[in-house]
Design a protein around this ligand. Sequence first.
Ligand SMILES: [Zn+2]
Ligand SMILES: [Zn+2]
Length: 344
Amino acid sequence: MRAAQFHAYQGPLDLVDHPDPEPGPDGAVVRVRASGVCRSDWHAWMGHDSSVTPPHVPGHEFAGDVVAVGPQVRGVRLGDRVTAPFACGCGRCAECRSGHQNLCHHEYQPGFDGPGSFAEYVFVPHADVNIVPLPEGLAFDEAASLGCRFMTSFAALVDKARLAAGESLVVMGCGGVGLSAVMIAAAVGARVVAVDLDERRLARARELGAHATVVAKDDTVDEVLQLTGGGAHVAIDAVGSPLTAAQAVRSLRRRGRHVQVGLLLAGDAAPPMPMLEVIKRELVVTGVHGMAASRYADLLTFVTDRRLEVGRLIGKRIALSEAGAELAAMGDFAQQGLSVIDRF
Ligand SMILES: [Zn+2]
Ligand SMILES: [Zn+2]
């Protein structure tokens, strides 16, 4: 098969020939029809992620059809249109058995723990646990665009924060995660205040349902407090920086809920948090690590029942040969929309 591989951190992605993956006893092989290009792929390529060593094939947001399954697989058939969460579970540990496959003790992430979906085919372990069938009306590129950022925002707002109609939400950062959050919150019936440094991204947030937008600056928190009548019910930091994480928490009203979604890596891993505010206002501070495979059905129902036009989150469709240039361009924070590889 053809795959896009880097041989050194921050080096070019070369198109190489690899043997086709095998499904093993209980896995599956998916022919990749669409693969998102994500900031987590960029982190791996930059060398920020200790689990990734070159040579490496990135890619973890994919959709396609099943071309091989292991002899022990029961619920997945050849030709099924499918996706899989980026954090695959083993199906047997305590977390998996309680429905939290994304917190599996033996987690496997395609594109990090093994070769990813910047390739014609990708391996998915424990297919009966991790393979998710797609509804008929959902295109492969739309499904791929749900596979990481949208799904994480869904887990943050619907599962963790239990955002309700009529509540207010502040979203720090309007990249893929943030814009997904805007779309989900608007569909729930919440009032959304979106914050970003970039005017174009704020314009996108308004198009996707944000009620108010704030250009990030020193007094961002004061402005959000004003716009939300004393603080938001729910906040998410979709940037992943010590500054925006703390600003998100400070933007909450009493008993507000903060969900940390943006990754805080390396030197940012232990940011200062206003814990006195957490105590005095009884705030809830939590995080999300993707979403469990078992929650995918509800996410897909949410998208199809409410006719969410998730394709609007896609900024660009590219060929596999362009994946390297796309990753290299991700250092630019002002990037617009998700990029999806749809030609292999
Ligand atoms: Zn497990
Ligand atoms: Zn991703």
